[in-house]
Structures are given as structure tokens and as C-alpha cells.
Unconditional design. Structure first.
Length: 109
């Protein structure tokens, strides 16, 4: 299972980085500026991929734990579900904040 998640991480990173390879720089005057922006694009792409992967993994683990807890104690399902939704919302908020920081780093180099 661990090998599968590592393989999926690399696939996600490649999918996030591929737009950096798709950029074509044909103007020689822009080549120097483009060459300095490419490492930043790599960093932003890898950072966004890691953030999204981590958030998906965290929310998935919260959901799995909540379902397991609800199956063990059905009478506490309401409070478990409330805590699960609150935790997932906090993770999504932190994820959005991290993505904005990554993209601002790219914009303001």
C-alpha cells in the first residue's frame, strides 16, 4: 500500500509539473527572463502538488477514522460527524492558504 501511495505521489507531481515543460520561449530577448522563472515554476508546481496530496491524504484518513468510529459506537455518530466535518473544513482552509502562498511566491518572484 505504501508503494502505491508513493507512486501516486510521483504521478501527481508529474501532472502538476508538466505545464512548466509546455511553455515555449522563442524570443531570444525573453530567454534570460524565462530561464530565471523556470525554477520558480518548478517550485510552485511541486509545492502545489505536495499540498494537494497532503490535504487529500489527511481528509481521507479523517473520513476513514470517523466511519470506523461510527460503526463501533452508533450512538455517538452525530458528534463524530460534526468533529469530522469541522476537521475537514480546517484542513481545506489551510490547504487553500498554502496554495495561495505558493502562487503568490510565483507571481512576486
Amino acid at each position: 500500500m505504501k508503494n502505491l501511495s508513493i507512486a501516486l505521489l510521483f504521478v501527481a507531481l508529474i501532472a502538476m509539473v508538466s505545464p512548466a515543460f509546455a511553455q515555449g520561449y522563442t524570443n531570444p530577448a525573453e530567454t534570460k527572463a524565462a530561464a530565471s522563472a523556470l525554477p520558480i515554476a518548478w517550485g510552485v508546481a511541486i509545492g502545489c502538488g505536495v499540498v494537494i496530496f497532503g490535504a487529500g491524504l489527511g481528509i481521507g484518513r479523517i473520513g476513514a477514522s470517523a466511519v470506523e468510529s461510527m460503526s463501533r459506537q452508533p450512538e455517538a455518530a452525530g458528534s463524530i460527524q460534526t468533529a469530522m466535518i469541522l476537521s475537514a473544513a480546517l484542513i481545506e482552509g489551510v490547504t487553500l492558504f498554502a496554495l495561495v502562498i505558493c502562487l503568490l511566491g510565483f507571481i512576486f518572484k
